[in-house]
Ligand binder design. Sequence first.
Ligand SMILES: NC(=O)c1ccc[n+]([C@@H]2O[C@H](COP(=O)([O-])OP(=O)(O)OC[C@H]3O[C@@H](n4cnc5c(N)ncnc54)[C@H](OP(=O)(O)O)[C@@H]3O)[C@@H](O)[C@H]2O)c1
Length: 330
Amino acid sequence: MRICVVGGTGNISTSFVTRLLALGHEVTCFNRGQSGPPPEGAAVITGDRADRPAFERTLQAQRFDAAIDMFCFNREEAESSIRAFRGVGHFIQCSTVCTYGVQYDWLPATEDHPLRPTWAYGRNKVEADRAFMRAYYEEGFPVTIIKPSTTYGPKIAPRQIAWEDRSWIDRIRKGKPVVVCGDGKALHHFLHVDDAALCFAPIVGRTHTIGQTYNMVRRGFTTWEDYHRTAMQVLGREVELVGIPLADLVAMNSPGFETCRDYLAHNQIYSAEKLFRDVPEFQPVVSLADGLARVIEAMDREGRIPNSDDITWEDRMIAAQRSVRHSALS
Ligand SMILES: NC(=O)c1ccc[n+]([C@@H]2O[C@H](COP(=O)([O-])OP(=O)(O)OC[C@H]3O[C@@H](n4cnc5c(N)ncnc54)[C@H](OP(=O)(O)O)[C@@H]3O)[C@@H](O)[C@H]2O)c1
């Protein structure tokens, strides 16, 4: 099949483009050319989807059997993709489990769970997904919606507290204590990008998935505490985990902390049984320890692990927390 991927060179998409090529598909990646070259064998169209008329004109001029949109975050972008890819046989929208929010009526959350997104990212994805489903019902636009939870890989390592700060890896190496949110017992799924490729590649062309929404997580879950302990095993050093209440993390108002409420403090577990049923190739195999080892190895090779000595919030927060405890006990 001729498949267009909007993206194709980032965290999740690099892996599934490689897999699509291995399955014998012709793949064209549409992106700005800022995230590196695509996997060998993929073609590239350089462009910015923010320029909607050019994006739509360029893609309408091509003939694709299927498309995967990795970079569609709101209703306007969804409507633009619908115009750009009108006529494809199958279209896959990458959404997110953040569409569900943090207040659950049942767990694990299934695809029919009410949507109560708590922040703009989730709300806008809901609007995008609704635009696609409207186009499906009104004009037969052949969309399938995939909702990943945390999906990590060599390009984006899993987080600790701040959205983008990966200095926790260096802290563990140096034996420094590491902050977790609350008691670290909130449940979470971690999926490696190579396992995500086992969903995104084989689903293309599966017409029975059209008009459907699928959560994409591995079976089982872990706590944030166990996630850190697994990282310690991989790094070969045990350090103290210091629990800091969510309210204090949020009050600190450091960049990236605002998302703690949505990711770190609540059980976030989802059912992917529907995906396992409809895409049997989706059988995740990468353990968290193995996945973290691969990510850390890639980051070391590329010198992308920040020096924790240059980042001071964590030491300050731990010192403040200890002094509160000390005065309360004395
Ligand atoms: N990773 C997770 O944990 C997770 C969880 C839930 C949902 N998601 C969803 O997954 C998607 C992103 O996955 P990812 O972070 O792994 O990234 P990805 O799709 O693998 O990479 C992002 C791609 O988009 C391209 N891109 C960025 N801005 C663009 C623009 N204006 N026009 C055209 N192309 C553009 C980038 O290339 P250039 O920079 O060269 O343009 C890159 O190829 C999002 O839809 C997100 O909501 C991710």
